[in-house]
Every structure is written in C-alpha cells, then in structure tokens.
Design a protein around this ligand. Structure first.
Ligand SMILES: NC(=O)c1ccc[n+]([C@@H]2O[C@H](COP(=O)([O-])OP(=O)(O)OC[C@H]3O[C@@H](n4cnc5c(N)ncnc54)[C@H](OP(=O)(O)O)[C@@H]3O)[C@@H](O)[C@H]2O)c1
Length: 299
C-alpha cells in the first residue's frame, strides 16, 4: 500500500528533494508550505494534522539561519522545538510516526573523534540548542519518533556551501576558506531518498523498534571546509579552478560558534537500516552536474 506522507516545508533543500525524489518510491506526499502551516504558530501546524490523513509525518521545515538565531532566539526555539513538540504531542502514541531532522551542531565539536548518537551533547550556539531541545521534546512526546541528525547539507538549489563557492569562483576575487573545521557533507537528495526509502518501514514499525530514536545520516568522508571547497572546484572547474587560501576559524569571527569537529558517525544508522550513505564526492558530483545543466539551459 502506498505510504501517505504529510510533509511540513516545501521550498527548503530537504523539502524540495523529498518532493522531487518521491516519484522513485511508493509514497504520496502532501506538503504544506510556510504559508499553510507557519511554525511560528504551533496551532496552525497542529490544525493541519486534522485535515491530512498520513501514515508518516516528516518535518522538513526548520529555522536554519545559524547566525541570526543568536539574536532571534525565541523564534528559533519556537520553530525548531516548540512547534515540532506540539505536532509530536498532537500525533501522540496512536498517530503516525514522525521524522524530525536535527544537526551536528548539538555537539561542541571538542571530542576529537566522530560523534555517536549517545555521545554527550553540548551545543555551542542557539540554533544547535534549539534543535537539541526539539529532539528531546519530540522524543518525549512521541514513542515513534525518528530523529535524524545531519550535517553540511548541500544541493543544487537554495542557499548552501557548494553554490556559494561556485558564485565566489565566478566573481574572481581571492578566496579564503576555513581549514580547521571538520565534518561530513550531506546531499539533501541522499537524506531525502533515505527517508523515502524507509517510509513504509517506519509507518509499520511499533514503538520500541530500533528504527526510532536518534540516528546520524551524512555522506561518507570527513573533510574540512577548505578541502570540501577544493573538491567542489575540482569537480566543477577542473584545472581552471582558482586557488583557495586557508583561514582559521579564530580569524573569521561569526555570531554563532561552530563545532571544530562535529563529524557524525553513521554506524548506528548503517546497522539499523542496512543503508550505507555514499561518499560525499559522488553526491556532490551529481549536484555540480545538475548546476551545469541548469546553466546550459539558462544560456
Ligand atoms: N543546511 C544545513 O547545512 C543543515 C545542517 C544540519 C542540519 N540541517 C537540518 O536539516 C533540515 C533541512 O535543512 P535544509 O537545508 O533543507 O533547510 P532550508 O533549506 O533552510 O529550508 C528550511 C525550510 O524551513 C521552512 N521554514 C523556515 N521557517 C519556517 C516557519 N516559521 N514555518 C514553516 N516553515 C519554515 C523554509 O520555508 P521558506 O522557504 O518559506 O523560508 C524552508 O522550506 C533542517 O531541519 C535543518 O535544521 C541542515
């Protein structure tokens, strides 16, 4: 039977990929935009639950402006924790399971090794703290909640590192990228396809099933932002790529502190779901190819 998904968010990276990739899976998605269910207003989101019949609810709406969150704390907490918790509580034990997407920023990045799901959290910024609060409240309110922590999300649309780097390359000015922050890039498409591929299993799973709880999803391969940028240039521009200079985090202050090594260990997800994310270079090559096709079509 086709799995009916109620998705919050339509325009973000993950939301767009869920909608675009659904054709490959036996799912039917009803997606609500911010105009239809603004997470600033939990009652609006909860009302939508009564209207749409679903076997699985996926939260692809989030407050993702990491630096802005430092001064926009109340809204960040409402969107990332308050409203997800209200949705989880409204679904309750009898309702469909819920997928909540979280972040590597729940960790401080000081462990010196990749993070497992049960490692101690200690967010260094408001965005990470709001997501951690969302995780806790969703898991407490719903016995069939899957929390998927991910990192460094990129795609051919929206705002992300791959697109920013290619724009900078086109502008021709000297480029410097942070070389002392490490993590695992994640294609929004790969995360979307993982969720869609598990929709039926999640919808059928009972409380206590190992598919629920916290899992990490990221493409394979740890990298620094600078190496990531060089990888993107290599794939997109080859020998014509401009050089990239290194800069340290301390030399580029930002309102929100970033983890120096927030690398996620995905072993638990690989064991539980029998899925191994592909290497990030492969995923990014696909994004670069798409951007090139778009460029050719626009020309
Ligand atoms: N991007 C990353 O590097 C990264 C890293 C780790 C974890 N994550 C997590 O991964 C998930 C997907 O991220 P993403 O990259 O797809 O984010 P994104 O591209 O920034 O998209 C965020 C989505 O949330 C919607 N949204 C924002 N405020 C809203 C509100 N008040 N009410 C309803 N919808 C609202 C946006 O709608 P509008 O278009 O209308 O604004 C947009 O569709 C998020 O949970 C994020 O926290 C992302």
């Amino acid at each position: 039977m086709t799995t009916r998904i109620l998705q919050f968010g339509t325009s973000g990276q993950l939301a767009s990929e869920l909608l675009g990739q659904a054709v490959d899976f036996d799912v039917e998605i009803t997606a609500l935009s911010r105009a239809e269910a603004d997470f600033a207003d939990p009652a609006a989101a909860v009302r939508a639950l009564g209207v749409v019949k679903a076997d699985l609810v996926v939260l692809a709406a989030a407050y993702t402006a990491v630096d802005l969150a430092e001064t926009d704390r109340e809204l960040a907490y409402q969107v990332n924790a308050g409203t997800p918790a209200a949705i989880a509580a409204a679904l309750g034990a009898a309702g469909p399971p819920l997928v909540f997407v979280s972040t590597d920023y729940v960790f401080d990045g000081d462990k010196g090794a990749p993070y497992a799901e049960d490692d101690a959290t200690n967010p260094g910024n408001v965005y990470g703290a709001s997501k951690l609060e969302g995780e806790r409240r969703v898991l407490a309110a719903h016995p069939r909640a899957l929390v998927l922590r991910t990192s460094w999300v990129v795609s051919s649309h929206g705002k992300n590192f791959v697109k920013t780097m290619l724009r900078l390359a086109g502008e021709g000015n000297p480029i410097k990228v942070v070389d002392d922050q490490f993590g695992r890039p994640t294609a929004a498409r790969d995360l979307a396809r993982f969720i869609l591929s598990q929709a039926k299993r999640l919808a059928a799973a009972e409380a206590g099933d190992p598919v629920f709880g916290v899992h990490h999803f990221a493409n394979v391969g740890e990298t620094s932002w600078k190496d990531f940028a060089e990888g993107v240039f290599d794939l997109a521009l080859g020998p014509a790529a401009p050089p990239i200079g290194a800069i340290r985090t301390a030399e580029r202050p930002s309102p929100a502190r970033r983890p120096l090594r927030g690398t996620l260990d995905t072993g638990k997800l690989e064991r539980t779901f029998g899925v191994t994310p592909r290497p990030w270079r492969e995923a990014v090559a696909e994004i670069v190819a798409e951007l090139k096709t778009e460029q050719r079509t626009a020309a």
